[in-house]
Design a protein around this ligand. Structure first.
Ligand code: CMP
Length: 142
């Protein structure tokens, strides 16, 4: 089914100037960007986005990292978008990510792992709504 998923290109990857290379991977597999914005997240916005991890030991570092520089927040649309994006990203820990995945190629540590992607269509709906109004999502043109 055609799905939408939320993708975030994190501060480490934005800082490495590889936004284009990462988006190229999405586009080459048939995903299309239907919304995008480059934003500097506040503690409040980053903390709210990751609220489900609030009790985890890495929460504080995660929020500090996600607010350390701009991130590119995007909505990707296409057939099987949620799983396809997760396949492209690779495992959360770059040292366990399959060769050729975004995290294997652009990230070094589990804390600074280049990209975020929704883990289900339910999370995707919540995460997209967290960052975008329905009116900001564009029609796919291909
Ligand atoms: P992300 O998909 O953005 O969701 C939460 C983030 O927390 C995750 O990517 C990792 O970058 C970070 N993180 C740090 N330590 C862990 C851990 N032990 N398990 C899961 N995520 C972690």
């Amino acid at each position: 089914a055609v799905e939408r998923t939320l993708s975030i290109i994190k501060p480490d990857a934005v800082g490495k100037n590889v936004i284009g290379e990462i988006i190229t991977r999405f586009e080459k597999t048939g995903l299309s960007v239907v919304a995008a914005k480059l934003v500097q997240l506040s503690d409040q916005v980053a903390g709210g986005f990751y609220a489900e991890h609030k009790e985890r030991p890495f929460y504080k570092d995660l929020v500090a990292f996600m607010t350390s520089g701009p991130v590119l927040v995007q909505v990707l649309e296409g057939e099987n978008a949620v799983a396809l994006n997760r396949e492209l990203m690779g495992a959360t820990n770059p040292s366990e990510a399959a060769a050729g995945t975004i995290r294997a190629d652009f990230a070094q540590t589990i804390d600074e792992n280049a990209v975020h992607g929704s883990d289900s269509t339910t999370s995707a709906a919540r995460e997209i709504g967290y960052f975008f109004a329905e009116s900001e999502l564009c029609e796919r043109t291909r």
